[in-house]
Design a protein around this ligand. Structure first.
Ligand code: SAH
Length: 212
């Protein structure tokens, strides 16, 4: 993590994080740890991301007030709230329906009316509301999600995604250009697996989660 700290520590992101009560997004019994700089379990073998990692990822999106954002992997909805504070609208997809329902409830209780949380299917992202100015993938992919970049990211759009093995990934920032896209590494990271057609097969991801 230390090698990432130089990147993306944008003051607007830090201010937005200061406005969101993280204790509202952690499981019962975890509130004592809500402000630790650590990932925490949120049920269903998934985790709420580490705050430092969220700051780096959201910072790398270089969000403007007018931006529409796609988040893949709503999880607790904590990062969704930060994105909704900085951008115009957030579309967030989550493949575990109990997590999607809980996140939707939390976000509406906190008064976020510019967020839509959808259940995910096998195709990555949410094509009907594309293109997005920024896309944030909150789970680890085996390879760069090229179809997501070509079909759902707007021209000059930014995308961040952890790419690597099930055990360890590199955080990759993609910027879409008129000729294709540029790619830059932001350092090492470790996420739960991204599951689906263009990602890890469910069985393989489950075996990994059972053993970790
Ligand atoms: N940023 C979230 C992290 C959630 S963990 C938070 O801070 O709470 C990653 C989430 O991605 C998990 O909830 C997992 O179920 C979800 N996920 C994995 N593959 C997915 C896919 N293809 N589409 C949508 N969600 C996915």
């Amino acid at each position: 993590m230390q090698d990432l700290s130089a990147h993306g520590a944008d003051q607007r992101v830090i201010d937005a994080m200061g406005e969101i009560p993280r204790e509202n997004f952690v499981s019962d019994g975890q509130s004592h740890a809500a402000y630790d700089d650590a990932p925490l379990p949120i049920g269903e073998r998934q985790t709420i991301s580490q705050p430092t990692m969220i700051a780096i990822m959201v910072g790398a999106l270089e969000l403007r007030r007018s931006d529409r954002v796609l988040e893949i992997g709503t999880g607790s909805g904590y990062q969704t709230a930060i994105l909704a504070t900085l951008g115009r609208e957030v579309v967030s997809v989550e493949r575990i329906s109990s997590l999607a329902d809980a996140a939707r409830d939390r976000l509406s209780t906190l008064g976020f009316d510019n967020v839509k949380v959808y259940g995910a299917d096998d195709d990555l992202g949410y094509l009907p509301e594309s293109p997005y100015d920024a896309i944030i993938v909150s789970a680890g992919a085996p390879k760069l999600p090229r179809k997501l970049i070509s079909d759902q990211l707007a021209d000059r759009g930014r995308l961040v995604v952890p790419v690597g093995s099930l055990e360890a990934q590199e955080l990759i920032k993609v910027v879409k250009t008129p000729d294709g896209f540029t790619v830059r590494s932001l350092g090492a990271c470790r996420f739960v697996p991204l599951i689906g057609e263009d990602a890890w097969p469910e069985g393989e991801a489950d075996a990994h989660l059972d053993s970790s």
